[in-house]
Design a protein around this ligand. Structure first.
Ligand code: CP3
Length: 357
């Protein structure tokens, strides 16, 4: 068989790859891949119907039939270029043995873990009774998705997950976790280490079950000073990337350190070697592209409030994002999760505008 035929075949397989993966590999696909953080969720009536029947949010996460169904809902409705596994970042502490509940309209509640003794009482490894259900959902989603649609797995970054474990809930500035890191560094370091190891294994499980790429959500990176950002956001993510790629060579990984500065993002890319960084809506796009456009793919960064507003504000914002990233490896996304009050027609308007139809 001639080398020419082989390279023609390689070329064809590159072209048939989901466009999201082309962008993550540093190429510029012939159209911009689109997905939305929290794309399966309460803004969709079909999600609310399943959620109501299940009764409890965690039941959705641990029942493969339901997790598969709600993951696929936004793909069927909008034809996004990627599906993201329906689950939650707090499944990791839950599978370590932290009791977890979601109260309607109040967000998550965990039994706080604030001392070395409390950490020692948790599991060393994730409970397979919980995690295997998530991994079963991953392989079934992959089997049901169209070939051209990428499947993303995810986990929370150790810093962000630790903030919820220590406070037992979301707080405005994550003061409890910041204080714990200062007052009891031995406990705090051990908690981060536990999360690095278990999160890496969890991502490896998702990739082996069929996820095409994974995203690490560091939603609370923005409350850290530059030194703490290196220590508690970059360094744990660097270790996760290296553990994951030791098991899954070439694993594609997106880091989303929400609220990071451009020097912080630059250091993150340099230290971790992630394929892409997620940008929140405050990012300076031209400056970010100038600094990082040749080093990794850039994902983002429509303000979720612009998607609620719709109209000309939405069109103008989309046009600016596309213009700023034209010719770069860009994945269109929001700067944070879509909010429940977002009108579905605005999502349709967004997709049509990006795809030029
Ligand atoms: O993006 C997706 O569609 C995949 C599913 C997904 C969920 N949560 C579903 C969910 C993902 C990737 C997450 C990540 C997550 N969870 C993060 C990181 C991203 C971010 O938003 O910053 C965080 C911090 C959490 C923790 C969490 N889960 C909170 C604070 C809440 C309550 C606030 C809220 O929006 O309700 C959740 C609950 C949650 N996770 C819901 C969904 C669809 C709503 C639960 C419901 O149906 O009542």
């Amino acid at each position: 068989e001639s080398a020419g035929m082989e390279s023609a075949r390689a070329e064809a397989s590159v072209k048939n790859e989901p466009i999201l993966l082309q962008a993550l590999d540093g190429r510029v696909p012939n159209r911009t891949p689109i997905w939305m953080m929290r794309q399966a969720g309460r803004y969709l009536p079909e999600y609310r119907a399943v959620r109501e029947k299940a009764g409890d949010f965690l039941t959705l996460c641990y029942t493969p039939d339901l997790a598969v169904e709600v993951t696929l809902q936004p793909i069927r409705r909008f034809g996004f270029d990627a599906a993201i596994l329906f689950s939650d970042i707090l499944v990791v502490p839950h599978a370590l043995g932290c009791p977890l509940t979601f109260e309607a309209g109040e967000g998550p509640r965990l039994v706080p873990v604030t001392t070395s003794a409390e950490l020692a009482a948790l599991r060393e490894e994730l409970d397979p009774d919980k995690i295997d259900r998530v991994l079963e959902a991953v392989s079934r989603i992959r089997a049901e998705l169209p070939k051209e649609t990428a499947l993303l797995g995810f986990c929370g970054a150790p810093w962000t997950v630790a903030t919820y474990m220590i406070a037992g809930r979301g707080t405005p500035d994550q003061a409890p976790a910041r204080l714990a890191s200062l007052r009891d560094p031995a406990f705090f370091t051990a908690l981060i280490d536990r999360l690095v190891e278990t999160s890496a294994r969890y991502l490896v499980g998702q990739l082996k079950a069929g996820a095409d790429a994974v995203q690490i959500f560091d939603s609370w990176a923005g409350v850290l000073d530059p030194t703490s950002f290196r220590r508690w956001s970059i360094e744990p993510i660097r270790r996760i990337v290296s553990l994951v790629r030791a098991e899954v060579p070439g694993a594609r990984i997106i880091a989303f350190p929400k609220g990071a500065t451009l020097p912080g993002l630059t250091a993150m890319v340099q230290a971790t070697g992630v394929n892409a960084v997620g940008l929140d809506w405050t990012a300076d796009r031209p400056a970010t592209r100038y600094a990082l456009g040749a080093k990794c793919a850039l994902q983002g960064n429509l303000d979720p409030l612009t998607l609620i507003a719709g109209g000309r504000a939405l069109d103008a914002s989309i046009d600016a994002i596309l213009a700023d990233f034209r010719g770069a490896s860009h994945v269109f996304n929001l700067g944070h999760g879509i909010r429940p009050e977002t009108p579905i027609v605005h999502v349709e308007q967004m997709i049509a505008r990006i795809r030029g139809v």
